[in-house]
Design a protein around this ligand. Structure first.
Ligand code: PEP
Length: 231
């Protein structure tokens, strides 16, 4: 059971240090825990969490080890910092920064090849769900990925991200079962996970953890989600 906190574009180095030092002492129950700070805060988080089991993940990673790719960061650079893994293909990257299934596939494959753990995100938009296209979208997004021991998929219905609308446990289970039938890897649920709904979601047979956005920015909420998931 993995609970990962995606901080998005929140928590600069100073705040990341304060948060991670407090996280060291928090009661997180018995689950694997990871935080995903913005690039500039990774070093601080790695340092503050040194000697703990809490993993530090980036929020994205380029496929080349180096080169003329302004604004991008590579796997060797992340590994040099002590970063353990990376999110790839978050819906905000797809929606606002034009990332495609093919680009996501290149990022995932090369991050895995270079030794990072990967959380690859998939999920349908509200319009796609309403049009009955959820399965088609998930099949398309997953068709470019290959199972790997270091790969985890996060099913994140776009309509549930940052909206306060959570998929029902039944909706999540149905989607997770489909994902697992297509790719044999652990599958996290993401989309407005809160301390109040975490236990019910992770109790579903094919839900192997959660990718938490907004609620991961508050230490008490994040720790409560970890504890709820460990029961
Ligand atoms: C996310 O950013 O991956 C996410 C699931 O966000 P939130 O929990 O805020 O919906």
């Amino acid at each position: 059971m993995l609970i990962a906190g995606n901080w998005k574009m929140f928590n600069g180095p100073r705040e990341a240090g304060v948060f991670c030092r407090a996280l060291r002492d928090a009661d997180l129950g018995d689950v694997d825990v990871a935080v995903c700070p913005p690039y500039v805060s990774l070093a601080e988080a790695v340092q503050a969490l040194a000697g703990t089991e809490i993993g530090v993940f980036a929020q994205n990673c380029h496929w080349e080890p180096e080169g003329a790719f302004t604004g991008e960061v590579s796997a060797p650079m992340l590994l040099e910092l002590g970063v353990y893994g990376t999110i790839v293909g978050h819906s905000e990257r797809r929606q606002f920064f034009g990332e495609t299934d093919e680009g996501v596939a290149r990022r995932v494959e090369s991050a895995l090849d270079q030794g990072l753990q990967v959380i690859a995100c998939v999920g349908e938009t509200e319009a796609e769900r309403e049009a009955g296209e959820t399965e088609t979208v998930l099949r398309r997004q997953l068709s470019v990925l290959n199972a790997d021991d270091n790969l985890v998929v996060a099913y994140e219905p776009v309509w549930a991200i940052g909206t306060g609308k959570t998929a029902t446990p039944e909706i999540a289970q149905e989607a997770h079962a489909l994902v697992k039938s297509l790719l044999d890897v652990p599958v996290l649920y993401g989309g407005s996970v809160r301390p109040e709904n975490a236990a019910e979601l992770v109790a579903q047979p094919d839900v192997d953890g959660a990718l938490v956005g907004g609620a991961s920015l508050d230490l008490e909420s994040f720790a409560a989600i970890c504890r709820a998931a460990s029961q």
